[in-house]
Design a protein around this ligand. Structure first.
Ligand code: 5CA
Ligand code: ZN
Length: 414
């Protein structure tokens, strides 16, 4: 699938290093570095109600990561999926009387425009699930052959069996067992599994937490012929297969919002380990959740602030970036009118502060070095913003370098 146009990222003088990033699996900071190529997978949208501020914040977190990698002289290989076939998309399409394909297509188009307006770096591989159905079915077949998957009869035997992942067997095949990524206890896993699309009470499963790999065709649901029967894929397997196809095993960072820690990233890692015998990723990284009016901003609650609405209201996309970057990517925070107006004030201050050189003020190279230090430390953008605030206040000897650094590392042209 076509992604969106790539923004210009200026190069900067001097040397920088790969960042340290918090890893959910080991509960600590690790250097996000795997040789000369940094390989990144970030879970993409389910295309409806795009692009809300929570989506924008998550994709901006991994945009910042890429800018830090590029500044460290690394090549970046980035892949992202589109969940263009899944229950919530089908439910929304049915509720609004729209064909699910039209809904997905129009929302992906909107998302592309929003990402481009926000100067977010595009993935090299932007892959919709419906583009890789054969590859996903083949992976499910391999899991069956390896003993890490099993059939569960459907109430209507004429449609064939559903196929589930056997987490306990998978743990004997690869470097993964349930809890490897999330470190959650059994009760927490069950709660999130139930809340986030799982079916703990489905009769015939070997374990309540075993997830669906392939759903046999039902009447009135889209389905495709495949090597494991007519049907459609479960959720987690799509990301395992797309990530392995595009990035290979043991890639540098698997990213997404913290609502994906369990079951999605846990079980994507489980599927991939059973398929390949290797860990899916080196670092499992999660962005905090953005709330609005007291609740997590989510499509199901409908408390959405849309990027496209703000842009239609003439809000400068640079201010939207600064509003998000004012929060550490791992913290949960709430979108309010003052978050945006503070960012608009900051943008004006920076535009004025870096309009010209100030003789005898701070060296531009010093400011760049402080900016790099802040971002290397688990992408500490609030600290990076205060470094630039102070420099805008004091003035810098080399305003061209300061503007270049802000453009390259924070994605804001002032
Ligand atoms: N298609 C799946 C991932 S495979 C999905 O979660 N889609 S989504 O459209 O619901 O979310 C897209 C991305 O935005 C995911 O990484 C998700 O974790 C993140 N996200 C969703 N809501 C929020 C929020 N309120 N704050 C921060 N990130 C969010
Ligand atoms: Zn995903």
């Amino acid at each position: 699938m076509k992604a969106w146009n790539r923004p210009l990222v200026p190069t900067l003088p001097g040397e920088s290093l790969a960042p340290c990033l918090y890893d959910t699996a080991t509960d600590g900071l690790v250097e996000a570095h795997t040789g000369d190529i940094a390989r990144l997978y970030v879970c993409g949208i389910t295309p409806y109600d795009a692009t809300h501020m929570g989506h924008a914040a998550t994709y901006l977190a991994y945009d910042t990561l890429q800018r830090v990698w590029l500044d460290a002289g690394l090549e970046v290989h980035y892949a992202q999926n589109i969940t263009d076939i899944d229950d919530p998309l089908l439910e929304r399409a049915a509720a609004t009387g729209v064909d699910w394909r039209d809904l997905a297509q129009s929302q992906v188009e909107l998302f592309r425009g929003d990402m481009e307006a926000l100067s977010i770096l595009p993935p090299e591989n932007y892959v919709a699930v419906t583009e890789v159905l054969d590859e996903i079915a083949e992976a499910v077949r391999r899991l069956l052959v390896a003993g890490a998957a099993y059939s569960v009869p459907t109430p209507d035997s004429s449609v064939g069996d559903d196929i589930y992942f056997d987490s306990a067997q998978a743990a004997t095949l690869g470097p993964w067992s349930l809890g490897e990524v999330s470190n959650y206890d059994a009760d927490t896993m069950l709660r999130f599994f139930t809340e986030r699309g799982g079916d703990p009470d489905r009769a015939g499963k070997r374990d309540r937490l075993d997830p669906l790999l392939w759903r046999a065709a039902r009447e009135d649901e889209p389905s495709w012929p495949s090597s494991v029967g007519r049907g459609r894929p479960g959720w987690h397997i799509e990301c395992s297969v797309i990530a392995l196809m595009e990035l290979g095993t043991d890639f540098t960072v698997q990213g997404g919002g913290s609502d994906l820690v369990f079951p999605h990233h846990e079980l994507s890692a489980g599927h991939a380990a059973a398929l390949s015998g290797h860990p899916l990723a080196r670092v499992y990284s999660h962005a905090g959740l953005v709330a609005y009016e007291g609740e997590k901003m989510s499509k199901s609650l409908g408390n959405l602030v849309l990027v496209s609405r703000l842009i239609a209201d003439n809000v400068d996309p640079r201010a939207i970036r600064l509003a998000i970057l004012a929060h550490h990517y791992r913290s949960d925070w709430e979108w309010t009118a003052s978050v945006l107006s503070d960012a608009q004030d900051r943008l004006r201050t920076w535009i004025d502060g870096f309009a010209a050189d100030s003789a005898g003020a701070r060296e531009g190279t010093e400011v760049l070095s402080e900016l790099r230090t802040a971002l290397r430390n688990d992408l500490d953008t609030p600290e990076a913003l205060s470094v630039i605030d102070a420099a805008a206040h004091s003035g810098v000897t080399d305003s061209e370098l300061a503007r270049r650094a802000i453009h390259a590392l924070l994605g804001v042209e002032v």
